[in-house]
Design a protein around this ligand. Sequence first.
Ligand SMILES: Cc1cc2nc3c(=O)[nH]c(=O)nc-3n(C[C@H](O)[C@H](O)[C@H](O)COP(=O)(O)OP(=O)(O)OC[C@H]3O[C@@H](n4cnc5c(N)ncnc54)[C@H](O)[C@@H]3O)c2cc1C
Length: 159
Amino acid sequence: MPTARFDALRGDLEGAYRALLAEAAPDLDPGPGPLRVRGFPGVPGHVRRASGPGWALVGDAGYFKDPLTAHGITDALRDAELLARALLGSTERTRDAALRDYQHTRDRLSADLAALTERIASYRWDLAELRELLPALSAAMRPEVEALRALDHPTDRAA
Ligand SMILES: Cc1cc2nc3c(=O)[nH]c(=O)nc-3n(C[C@H](O)[C@H](O)[C@H](O)COP(=O)(O)OP(=O)(O)OC[C@H]3O[C@@H](n4cnc5c(N)ncnc54)[C@H](O)[C@@H]3O)c2cc1C
């Protein structure tokens, strides 16, 4: 739900959950209470600089997007792998360039996904637009899937 609606309901999370479930899926029965419901109001996404002298960021620390599109775990593992490879594949002399490459790759693979996630998480769409946003989200994941696949098949990367 939109954050504003969540804010209005957050005093009674269980009641809100039951009401929303009844609204969205009237045939589903959550069973008798009490339920353990935890709320997440959402926060705006952000992208941070990926590294500096003696530090580097991976996952949500460097690039956070609303969990609604359920892709943060992939991105966190992706960043960890890309950063590890950047560090292991560089020398002290080439490290800065390797870290810049890491950030460039992270940003290239994240930008479309982040923008679409922000749009979907805003809830400022109607169903007609959502029907376009979801395939676009799927398409935005493709370059990342290819990049991850290429990690295990380095010859594909050149293709
Ligand atoms: C409600 C919700 C639902 C989600 N659903 C999905 C989903 O379905 N699919 C999906 O892919 N992603 C989902 N995500 C997103 C996903 O959980 C995150 O993107 C992912 O966990 C990020 O991994 P991370 O390792 O970067 O950060 P985290 O998993 O946040 O790990 C960071 C860790 O560092 C610890 N830490 C923080 N500060 C310090 C410190 N100073 N010293 C020591 N430790 C510290 C924290 O306690 C935490 O354990 C969801 C997120 C939320 C909030």
